[in-house]
Write a protein that binds this ligand. Structure first.
Ligand code: B3K
Ligand code: ZN
Length: 868
């Protein structure tokens, strides 16, 4: 490392010294040397005659001010300082970049045969020298020049305004984007594609051309993305009153992409994983993921693009809000309960783990070294929970009023999280003063609840205490405003109205102090309390429920989420007991009453199959790991395995009957068909560990007419380590090895293989023809899955998993630091493990910290992890 990377602080924000109102870009595209000409209209805002531009990884080939060659400048590795500048001027800069050697996939790069860009957060500075910060909004025109035969499509933001042919087989297209935007929303794509076209008419009658660009031959995998886009456009008009604002909306699917997708104005670039699907190549989960991500990027057009972020510390302003919007979209289109359950699993599993890690940060971080490190579960998912709590406190109607005011006030500008909360507060009259702490305080609040029933006075008292443990970034914590959604039930299942101080209380209690009591009046029998309904706040709740109360709520709670949560609580109780039993060499066990409760759920005639499937799904090994310190990976795996076998053995007949009853002849992605497949495949996962497993799994693989059922068979074979695993894996690879995206599913099974020799097999798999460490999807599927979702093998006490991790990270640090930085996360959490493993992991982290060319991305995380 040549210089120590520098941290930036939120408190240091100052408005820019110069602004840029217009930018005219010309790209002369060549694989090895692309020339970029950038002509900006610059206006001085403060008394400063030096303009400092951001720029890196490129060659500066010329500077002119108002048409005159300029020599009053200095160039460093990261900046261009231009001196002696007038008040207003035209700045022309010529740079040269090499797309084909850009393996970091930031800036302008080649994905397969196509040119594409990724600029968020700070990639535009790899294209030209610029004020690469989100509060500098300019109008862009972009001319793209390239070879016509290899790049028939030349795309950029906005509307296509002109085009023409040149000598030597080259051609050009000019684009103009009327909406001022920050540089991170710039995009360019050039290449050869197949295009799926459709049209959407907005509520005010604007006709919008919709175009989805995919690799040639993949057109039959684009319709679901198109349908999702149209649904998203309609939904945003209906639920939020927000309409699209250009005449064209383009989506391009590329194979080399660091994350899911990117909301560039009018030209979204997508990881092909979130576009391409047909029933032979994609699972139901893929279909739902596509719907969510297409929606998410579309919703950014307002929450992100029309109103952007003042600085990157405000990232959750657009991301938390847009995740909230995409979750609502999926919930309105599909099952609200199933969506809520899956979102809550992410918070309780990986997000809580992030809070407990050295990377702990508030949803609005205070300090950042590498911005790309802060596209986190905390900023996104917890950020969405914070928006959801505002929604809970205000109600839908006031929330929508707040959204309207927010848009009125800030459209066309770069705003802050405070601006958003102020709009919500002003529109609703609800006091959010204390609530704002959710933006600045990191960590997971722990809430303890106790209750007391006073028969004589007919009162029921709920006593709550809250505390947030110190986190590495923030030692002092304060009491938060926690919306507590509760309900009281009588033994017959009826709801007991909640009355406090003689007034109806409503379900949402405002829990704002360290300790607080709520006394419910007129309670004529000892109630069963349903706490934290809908997971109304991202907290860890401790309440000593009896088995009877949990089984009661599983069946009687008048809210599906609450039923599921009661079931999870019951499972959690016995998981903890069995983990302790394993650790003390006692016999593992599960009471008949618990087995009966789950049998009742499986046989329910009123519950939806999709929901039953969620009820029967055990928590992930990672979620359970979050309950313990130190984590005992082997004991957790044993207890989970035991519970699965116990339930399967007890319910084998019911599971088998259900499995056969739920068979569907035709594949359809309608939500109830997805739900049936989900339950059927959950049954299969249980049956896989019974004597029938081998037969059922092989038969399902052979007869499957869709990828969901194929993958369910394979993953059951993988998890249960059935004898048929090897032949199924071989058959699948023979069939799909030409298709990297489909092979990712196979790589994932290799990565999560519970077999004792998994690491050895993974190393062999790295030489599979479909595998490449240069492709982020392949890397995440095989190697990422091993690091993050194969705890027993990754954390093997011989340290082999950790050594392998650092070998891989050394390579990725060179080729793609962003991917490296995502993959290192499991190692950062070393303090959760026993002494021996801590030492082993630290050794690898120290080795990595000494790398000569350590990228900022890894530097920031490793340094935090190694800090005491
Ligand atoms: N805004 C992009 C993420 C950019 C990540 C940069 N490292 C996708 C999204 O959240 O919609
Ligand atoms: Zn987003």
């Amino acid at each position: 490392m040549t210089h120590q990377p520098q941290a930036k602080y939120r408190k240091d924000y100052t408005s820019p010294d110069f602004t840029i109102s217009d930018l005219d870009l010309t790209f002369d595209l060549f694989d090895q040397e692309t020339t970029v000409t950038a002509v900006s209209k610059v206006i001085k805002q403060k008394d400063n005659s030096t303009l400092t531009l951001d720029g890196e990884h490129m060659e500066l080939a010329g500077i002119q001010i108002d048409g005159v060659e300029w020599s009053a400048y200095e160039l460093t590795d990261t900046n261009l300082h231009i001196h002696d500048l007038p008040k207003e001027f035209e700045l022309a800069i010529i740079t040269k970049v090499n797309p084909s050697e850009n393996t970091a996939l930031e800036g302008l790069y080649k994905s397969g045969g196509a040119f594409c860009t990724q600029c968020e957060a700070e990639g535009f500075r790899r294209i030209t020298y610029f004020l690469d910060r989100p509060d500098v909004l300019a109008k862009y025109t972009t001319t793209v020049i390239a070879d016509k035969e290899t790049n028939p499509y030349l795309l950029s933001n906005g509307n296509r305004v002109d085009s023409g042919d040149l000598d030597n087989g080259r051609h050009w297209v000019k684009w103009s984007d009327p909406h001022p935007k920050p540089s991170y929303l710039f995009a360019l794509v050039a290449g050869q594609f197949d295009v799926l076209r459709d049209q959407f008419t907005t509520m005010s009658g604007r006709k919008v051309d919709l175009e989805i660009f995919v690799d040639q031959g993949n057109l039959d995998r684009a319709p679901h993305a198109m349908a999702s886009l149209i649904n998203a456009m309609k939904w945003d008009e209906e639920r939020f009153g927000l309409e699209y604002d250009l005449d064209i909306y383009m989506i391009v699917a590329v194979d080399f992409f660091n994350m899911g997708a990117m909301e560039n104005k009018g030209l979204n670039v997508f990881n092909s994983k979130y576009v391409l699907a047909n029933d032979q190549t994609a699972t139901d989960t893929d279909y739902l993921g596509i719907e969510a991500v297409i929606g998410h990027e579309y919703f950014h057009n307002w929450t992100g693009n029309r109103i952007t972020c003042r600085d990157w510390f405000q990232l959750s302003l657009k991301e938390g809000l847009t995740v909230f919007r995409d979750q609502e979209f999926s919930s309105d289109l599909g099952s609200r309960a199933v969506n809520r359950i899956n979102n809550v699993r992410i918070i309780r599993g990986p997000q809580f783990a992030e809070d407990a890690s050295p990377m702990s940060h508030p949803i609005r971080p205070e300090t950042v070294i590498e911005m790309n490190n802060f596209y986190t579960l905390t900023v996104y998912e917890k950020g969405s929970e914070v928006i959801r709590m505002i929604h809970t406190l205000l109600g839908e109607e006031n929330f929508q009023k707040g959204m309207k005011l927010y848009v009125e006030r800030h459209d066309g500008t770069a705003a802050t999280c405070d601006d958003f909360v102020a709009a919500m507060e002003d529109a609703s009259g609800v006091d959010l003063q204390q609530f704002r702490l959710w933006y600045s305080q990191s960590g997971t609040p722990q809430v303890k609840a106790t209750t007391n029933y006073d028969q004589q006075n007919r009162t029921f008292t709920l006593q709550l205490t809250q505390a947030t443990a110190a986190t590495q970034d923030q030692p002092e914590k304060q009491a938060l405003h926690i919306p507590m959604n509760v309900e009281l039930y009588a033994q017959d299942g009826s709801i007991i109205p909640m009355v406090i101080n003689d007034k109806p209380a409503g379900n949402i209690l405002n829990f704002t102090q360290d300790e607080q009591s709520f006394v419910f009046e007129n309670v004529s029998e000892k109630p069963v309390i349903s706490l934290l309904r809908e997971f109304s706040a991202p907290i860890k709740l401790h309440y000593d429920y009896s088995d009877e109360d949990l089984m009661f709520l599983m069946v009687k709670a008048q809210n599906e989420f609450a039923c599921w949560d009661a079931g999870q609580n019951l499972i959690a109780k016995y998981l903890r007991q069995n983990i302790a039993a394993f650790q003390t060499d006692k016999e593992l066990s599960l009471p008949q009453s618990v087995l009966d409760a789950f049998k009742g759920i499986l046989l329910s005639e009123t519950l939806e199959p999709a929901f039953i499937s969620e009820m029967l799904t055990l928590p992930s090994q990672n979620e359970v790991a979050g309950w313990f310190k130190p984590v005992d990976v082997d004991a957790i795996a044993e207890a989970l395995g035991f519970m699965k076998r116990a339930i399967a053995a007890e319910l084998v007949e019911e599971l088998t009957a259900m499995y056969h009853n739920l068979k569907q002849d035709q594949y359809s992605v309608e939500h109830d068909c997805i739900g049936k497949r989900s339950l059927r495949n959950t049954c299969l996962a249980y049956l896989a560990v019974t004597d029938e497993g081998e037969k059922l799994v092989t038969a399902q693989y052979q007869s499957a007419n869709n990828m969901t059922d194929t993958m369910a068979a394979m993953s059951s074979a993988n998890q249960a380590q059935l004898a048929c695993r090897e032949s199924l894996m071989k058959d699948f690879s023979d069939k799909w090895s030409h298709d990297g995206l489909v092979m990712d599913k196979w790589f994932m099974l290799q990565g999560t293989n519970p077999a004792n020799n998994a690491l050895e097999m993974i190393k062999q798999t790295m030489s599979h023809t479909a595998f490449s460490l240069k492709n982020p999807n392949r890397t995440r599927s095989l190697v990422g899955a091993f690091f993050g979702q194969n705890p027993v093998n990754f954390h093997k006490i011989d340290g082999s998993g950790y050594q392998f991790a650092s070998e891989i990270l050394i390579q990725l640090n060179e080729s793609n630091p962003q991917v490296a930085s995502r993959m290192i996360d499991p190692l950062l959490k070393y303090r959760q493990y026993d002494e021996t493993r801590q030492v082993l992991i630290r050794t690898e982290l120290e080795k990595l910290s000494k790398l000569e060319n350590l990228a900022k991305d890894l530097y920031e995380k490793i340094n935090k992890a190694l800090e005491a």
